[in-house]
Design a protein around this ligand. Structure first.
Ligand code: TXA
Ligand code: MG
Length: 351
């Protein structure tokens, strides 16, 4: 049985949070909102509890988890050393949508890290998440609260859809602000490396510490047999049931091409979804058109992306055409998730 509770995201009822904290301390699973996406949490220090996460999600055991903490000093318990750059990153971006990878200390049970000698740590800013971790007084291992392979959940209804009956409690704290998962940065090398782009952008990190590398896997399909540094990046992910195609090029040509392709698919008897923006939605007369956000405010696109992918599934479309977006700032995270959702299927128009 899954207990579902609703909490005010600004001023959550601490008695209810304590009930959730008790479930964690008793070895149970609690799904909770963070500023990025919903997570499914367990006590990191209890291997049997952590194991339940993998079972509930259907997650491969070789994909390590992020430990969520509420206090800066806790970082030093779970890692061997904290490089200078990491301190600057912490001061600038924690609490917030940033995960850093360190060499792990011996206290961290290896089920969290899939046997690797590194551990991913993040301090969420969402008040419900932060209070829950603080009140429980333990680190909380939490992957995104979707069934493995599905788009990450950005509202409680998505979690209920995927995990009802598989966890002890789901906390409904409304819509997530960022909408894509945290930026994962490997701090163990000489120059930090972004393994997964997110709300803390490459540009923001460069401003804080001077330089950062981006793992090539962020931009392109992992070659067969390659073992990416973030194991999660190799899995089919974010995939709706429909076939997704991204159409890239000058926006005017893109909208024209999407209209042609839609017409073509409709004639074949297919149901077509179009992922449009405020700026372009009026151009599409046919197909199921959903506005993902405003091109002038790309953070709106990040916030709605996963929900729109789930909406297309609900409508039962066979094919989705999405416009492409830029790769700068939050665009890097948007395009990384969209390209994975599309299985890297793109139609590139000549300028
Ligand atoms: O925003 C987020 O990060 C959300 C919320 C719930 O906090 N969590 C999340 O967790 O997205 P998950 O498990 O869905 O994604 C974690 C990613 C995976 O790609 C995993 O392979 C990578 O981080 N990762 C975890 N530990 C790692 C490690 N030690 N080395 C390299 N990659 C690691
Ligand atoms: Mg995930």
């Amino acid at each position: 049985m899954t207990k579902i509770i609703k909490l005010d995201r600004e001023n959550p009822d601490v008695n209810l949070i304590d009930e959730a904290a008790k479930i964690l301390l008793d070895g149970g699973l609690v799904a909770f909102p963070t500023e990025t996406v919903y997570g499914i949490g367990a006590n990191s220090l209890n291997p049997d509890a952590v194991k339940k996460i993998f079972i509930a999600k259907g997650r491969p055991q070789d994909n390590p988890l992020i430990l969520h903490i509420a206090k800066f000093e806790d970082l030093y318990r779970y890692v061997k050393s904290v490089p200078k750059n990491a301190v600057i990153m912490m001061e600038n971006f924690w609490p917030g949508p940033l995960t850093m990878i360190f060499e792990k200390s011996d206290i961290v049970p290896s089920i969290n890290t899939a046997g690797m000698n590194t551990v991913a740590i993040r301090m969420p800013s969402n008040i419900i998440a932060h209070t829950l971790i603080e009140r429980a007084g333990i680190p909380v291992s939490a992957p995104s609260a979707n069934l493995s392979g599905k788009p990450s959940p950005t509202e409680a209804s998505h979690v209920i859809n995927d995990l009802n009956g598989r966890v002890d409690m789901i906390i409904d704290g409304g819509k997530c602000d960022v909408g894509v998962e945290s930026t994962v940065v490997d701090m163990t090398g000489e120059v930090p490396t972004i393994l997964r782009p997110g709300g803390i952008t490459k540009e923001m990190i460069i401003k804080a510490i001077g330089s950062v590398k981006v793992d090539p896997i962020v931009y392109k399909k992992p070659p067969n047999g390659l073992k990416p540094k973030a194991p999660g990046m190799k899995y089919k992910h974010y995939s709706p049931d429909a076939e997704v195609y991204i159409v890239k090029g000058n926006l005017h040509d893109v909208t024209k091409k999407i209209q042609e392709l839609t017409e073509f698919q409709l004639n074949k008897g297919k149901k077509v979804g179009i992922m449009a923006t405020e700026q372009t939605c009026k151009k599409y007369q046919k197909g199921e058109v959903i506005v993902v956000g405003d091109r002038e405010r790309p953070e709106t696109i990040a916030k709605n992306l996963f929900n729109v992918l789930r909406e297309f599934d609900k409508k039962g479309v066979d094919v989705v055409y999405s416009e492409g977006f830029g790769y700068d700032e939050i665009g890097l995270a948007i395009m990384n998730r969209l390209e994975k959702a599309a299985g890297y299927k793109e139609i590139i128009l000549k300028e």
